[in-house]
Design a protein around this ligand. Structure first.
Ligand SMILES: [Zn+2]
Length: 123
């Protein structure tokens, strides 16, 4: 039953989750083998792109044969360049030009100076 929806459910945008963009690698604590999600495990019939979390329960280290529980998350290595920069978009400050940032800094300094002077004048 896959009748096309009539507008009520819009197509999902082609966004990738963080996990898909930079899947975590797992290292075997026993032998040092590193499971790369982007490569998968061809010997065990694991297709490339398979996340470690999605491996079958009985998947074992292809080198030394220990179970999944012996693997440690060592983070991702395949983050595309510019990934970190992209994360910062939308925080506003980064849309300011350097000149505008200087204006903010000098403005803050001027305000601080005025407050200091007013306190100085009161005492
Ligand atoms: Zn191993």
């Amino acid at each position: 039953m896959s009748a096309p929806q009539s507008g009520s459910v819009p197509d999902r945008p082609q966004e990738q989750t963080l996990a898909e963009l930079a899947p975590a690698r797992y290292e075997c604590r026993s032998c040092g083998y590193i499971y790369e999600p982007s490569k998968g495990d061809s010997k065990a019939g694991i297709e490339h792109g398979t996340l470690f979390e999605d491996l079958p329960e009985d998947w074992r280290c292809p080198v030394c044969g220990v179970g999944r529980s012996q693997f440690t998350n060592i983070g991702s290595s395949g983050a595309p360049s510019g990934f970190q920069e992209n994360l910062k978009y939308g925080f506003g400050v980064n849309t300011l030009t350097p000149g505008q940032k200087n204006l903010l800094i000098f403005g803050a300094l001027a305000v601080g100076f005025l407050i200091f002077m007013s306190l100085y004048g009161l005492s």
